[in-house]
Design a protein around this ligand. Structure first.
Ligand SMILES: Cc1cc2nc3c(=O)[nH]c(=O)nc-3n(C[C@H](O)[C@H](O)[C@H](O)COP(=O)(O)OP(=O)(O)OC[C@H]3O[C@@H](n4cnc5c(N)ncnc54)[C@H](O)[C@@H]3O)c2cc1C
Length: 227
């Protein structure tokens, strides 16, 4: 497995469940995830529950009550779809909001005892065609396996080897900015308090741009501490 992101860890876990021995090769020398929150929809959370992570998710993630769309200029709420228990009822598993680092750690703790993880190891060569496919690391070490999986992200080197050339993501001209705000600060603001007391996916729509916001920790405890 090349790549120890969310995709690589998920695939590695499934392969170990099927009885395979897995080595995960990761270029970063430290384990972690950059970014703020991630939304885990029921198609994912159903699997995560099956993998035994349901209780952990219930402990550290947030189940939003719904999704609300607002006007950017007035803040007027123009649309709302109820989620919460509706997700469980209609899709068989919850919708979660969670910090990316928490999510990655959850998967890492599940997977790491079952696989070999090589950090600080960048794949610079790959031979997918021989009887025994191999990857070459920056150190010069050659590693062979029955199957090589490229879980090395949007700029995947393995994908380039397999498809015969670069296949870069197309620039959209959009930029995404992410930030986190402490819940303890938000509950003290009369206008923001609602977003903590009633966790939701909140969207503000504007011409050519939009803003999405959602809580990513178990905020009831944070709120309780502040009250
Ligand atoms: C702004 C934004 C918001 C998003 N929001 C959501 C969301 O709410 N819900 C959702 O489900 N998805 C969301 N996504 C998509 C989701 O984040 C990605 O699909 C997912 O993180 C991809 O994981 P990955 O493991 O495939 O790749 P990555 O996380 O990119 O991991 C790839 C790993 O491979 C390693 N690597 C790369 N090259 C090599 C090499 N040559 N040798 C060794 N290691 C290598 C990297 O260091 C990295 O650790 C969002 C994406 C963006 C950009």
């Amino acid at each position: 497995m090349v790549g120890c992101g969310l995709g690589g860890l998920g695939a590695a876990f499934c392969l170990t469940q099927a009885g395979h021995r897995v080595t995960v090769i990761e270029s970063s020398s430290v384990i972690g995830e950059v970014g703020a929150g991630i939304q885990v929809s029921p198609n994912s959370s159903r699997l995560l529950r099956r993998w035994g992570l349901g209780t952990h998710l219930d402990d550290i993630a947030v189940k939003p009550e719904g999704i609300a769309f607002r006007r950017y200029d007035t803040g007027e709420r123009v649309g709302f779809t109820k989620w919460g228990e509706v997700m469980e009822r209609d899709y068989g598993a919850p919708y979660y909001h969670i910090h990316r680092a928490d999510f990655h750690k959850l998967l890492y703790d599940l997977v790491s005892p079952r696989v070999t993880i090589m950090l600080g190891s960048t794949v610079v060569g790959c031979d997918p065609n021989s009887v025994s496919p191999s990857v070459t690391l920056e150190s010069g070490k050659v590693m062979r396996a029955d199957l090589i999986i490229g879980a090395d992200g949007v700029k995947s080197y393995i994908q380039q080897v397999v498809s015969g050339g670069p296949n870069p993501a197309e620039p959209t001209g959009d930029a995404a900015y992410r930030a986190t705000i402490p819940a303890s600060v938000m509950v003290q603001d009369p206008e923001l308090r609602e977003f903590i007391e009633h966790p939701q996916m909140a969207g503000w729509m504007a011409p050519g741009r939009h803003l999405m916001a959602y809580p990513i920790v178990s905020l009831f405890e944070a709120v309780a501490r502040v009250y």
